[in-house]
Every structure is written in structure tokens, then in C-alpha cells.
Design a protein around this ligand. Sequence first.
Ligand SMILES: Nc1ncnc2c1ncn2[C@@H]1O[C@H](COP(=O)(O)OP(=O)(O)OP(=O)(O)O)[C@@H](O)[C@H]1O
Ligand SMILES: [Mg+2]
Length: 373
Amino acid sequence: MKINPFLIKGYISPEYFCDREEETGKIISAIRNGRDITLISFRRMGKTGLIYHVFYQKEMKSDYNLIYCDIYKATNLSEMTKIFGNAVFNQLEKTSDRILNKLKKFFAGLSPSVSINPITMQTDIDFRIESKEEAERTIQQIFSMIEKSNKPTVLVFDEFQQIEKFPEKNVEAILRTHIQPLNNLHLIYSGSSKHLLAAMFSDKGRPFYQSSQMLELGVIDSESYIRFMKDKFASGNIEISTAGASKILELSRSHTYYVQYLCNRLFENGFEKISEDVIMDKLITILQENEAYYYGFRNLLTEQQFSLLKAIAKEGGVTQPSAQEFINKHKLGTTSTINSAIKSLLNKELIYRDNDTYKVYDVFFSLWLKMFI
Ligand SMILES: Nc1ncnc2c1ncn2[C@@H]1O[C@H](COP(=O)(O)OP(=O)(O)OP(=O)(O)O)[C@@H](O)[C@H]1O
Ligand SMILES: [Mg+2]
């Protein structure tokens, strides 16, 4: 069966992955030279995809144990330890390493219930970790066995900023204590909250201070993306002009997920030729499909927050939201209320700040506000 070549989740192979050659090279080189990496980008820019792309490379598979932990759902240290344990366990199933097999036995001892997740087909182990001490002991045991493996290990903590929200104190110190002494362990910390992660790694007093190299992931180079689009559409016998592909990048601000989504939907229709009109029609269909969801935000926000969000969308981005001209033009009230509305929208991740400019985070929501409200 032929699949839609524009993936909107997950990673399959380099065939469906556009560019990121420089970033892939940087990460591999950092690992090879013993430097840990902190990967930061806005949401849906492609961090997780890039990590899987690095893991896909032959030299990575052959030379390292590769462990990927997404701790997004963890709300405390015990939950994080379970996710960590599961990730290690699933990686170990693929290994013939004698030491690591011992670790497997260790997990077997901890786990009263082992099940196969029907969706991911991965093994889910539900072991009992009831206290912070138990979690810490488990973490320590996992690390000490990783250390004894005959291959070095690359360990990814995706959505690492989550640990900031754990109720336990000094989680950073606990992790750092176990990670620091291991020479054959390489870390990739990844996340979308730039200020949280940057503070964790650049504040002098904190355990992870200057312990890793920062890598900020921006948009994919336009030329590469245009080539990728033309190539993938052509694989379905669909033609798109350079101007058409540029239009897609412009509408979606080159933000990876939105480019992929728009292309995915355009590919689905099996047009022979994608004109700019076809692109606009498809975009409007998508915006209308999402309308109920977008209207929902109206109820969640105060009138002023919603008006401000709308004004930012209409302008396509705003540098000085408290400037009188902007306030008057959009009838937004007073400077002080604007400042608190900005804070609130930032906290809710409805807007973000990119190079001093505030923008609506969700590209399609932004277009909907601009075009329909
Ligand atoms: N280089 C790429 N080429 C093609 N598609 C990509 C590329 N990078 C990411 N994608 C796709 O873009 C979407 C978003 O990517 P991904 O999930 O990796 O972003 P993320 O930064 O990890 O997002 P989040 O912050 O929400 O976790 C996914 O559908 C993914 O398949
Ligand atoms: Mg991700």
C-alpha cells in the first residue's frame, strides 16, 4: 500500500524526512565527542522527528544503545522512573548484551504485571514505585547497569522541562548525581519551553549548569522544503510549482507540522496539479473543520485576552503590544491590562515570542482569527 508521504506524526525513514542534515551532523558529532545536547524549539517544529532521524542512522544503531524517553506525561519522579524503566526495558528486548540482560531480570523482579500495548506493540511494565526513595534507588540501579554495558548509551529525555513541575524537590540534583559520573552515557535533553530549559542549563547555582551544548531548532530551509514537497507530490503524480510550494511555506510560516498537515491534505485529494487556488481552498476547509475547537477558546479566555489574540493574529505578529497605536487601532483598553493579558496568553501557550515578536502559536488558529473573526 502506498502511504501519504507527508507524515503528520511519528517517523518512518529518511525518505519521509526533509533535510535537517546540519542538525543531524551536529548531534552525532556532539555524541561522538562526549558532549551532551539540549535540543530546544517551538512546539511541533520537529525535535522528536530529528531525534528519531539521528537514531535511524546506521552508525548510531551499531555503536550505541539508543534509549528514548518521552516524559511529557510524568507528573512526579515515580512516574518518570516508570517511563524511564519502560524505555530501557523496550530497548533491552532488542539486545543480546549480557549485562543488559541482567537488567532485564532486575525489571522482572520489580514488575508484577507486564503487558503488550496494543497500539504501540511495545511492552508496558507496571512496576510498583511508591516513594521518592524507591524511585531514586531504581534510577540508580538502571544507571549503574547502563554503565556496565559493553556499548555506550545515548539516552533521550524528551519534554525534559516537565521535571520542573514535579512536586519532589531536587529532582535535577538526583538525576545529575547519577548521570555525571558515567563516561559511556550521552544525554539528549529536549523540550519546547525555552526559558525553563535555558535556565536549567545556564543558571550557575543549578545542577545541570553548563553541562550540555544548546541546539536550537529553527524552521527547515525553504529551498530544501520546496524540493522535498515537489519530490513527494511527484511520487503521487501530482505537480506543484515553486510558487505553489512557496505559498504553502508562507501560509504555514514554514512551521513543520503545519506544512506537513497542509501537504498531507492536498496529497489526499489526488489533484493532478496543485495551484494556489487549490491550496487556499484546502486551507479554508481545514480552518472550517477546526472551527468548533477555535470557538472553544473564546469561552476559555476573557474578552480582552481574546481581543488581544485576535489583534495579534490580524497583524500577523506584534512587537510592542503596549504601544498606544496598536491599542487604539484594536480598541484594547489600557497598557496595564494588556501586559497581564500578554502574560496570560503566554502561559496558556496561545502566543509565543519569536525574536521580539509575539505571534499566535497555532498557525491555523492564527489564520482563522485573521480571516474569519
Ligand atoms: N524534517 C522533517 N521532515 C518532514 N516532516 C517532519 C520533519 N520533522 C518533523 N516532521 C513532522 O512534523 C511534525 C512535528 O514534528 P515533531 O513531533 O518531531 O515536533 P516536536 O518539535 O517534537 O513537537 P512537540 O513539541 O509537540 O513535541 C510531525 O508530524 C513530524 O512527522
Ligand atoms: Mg516532540
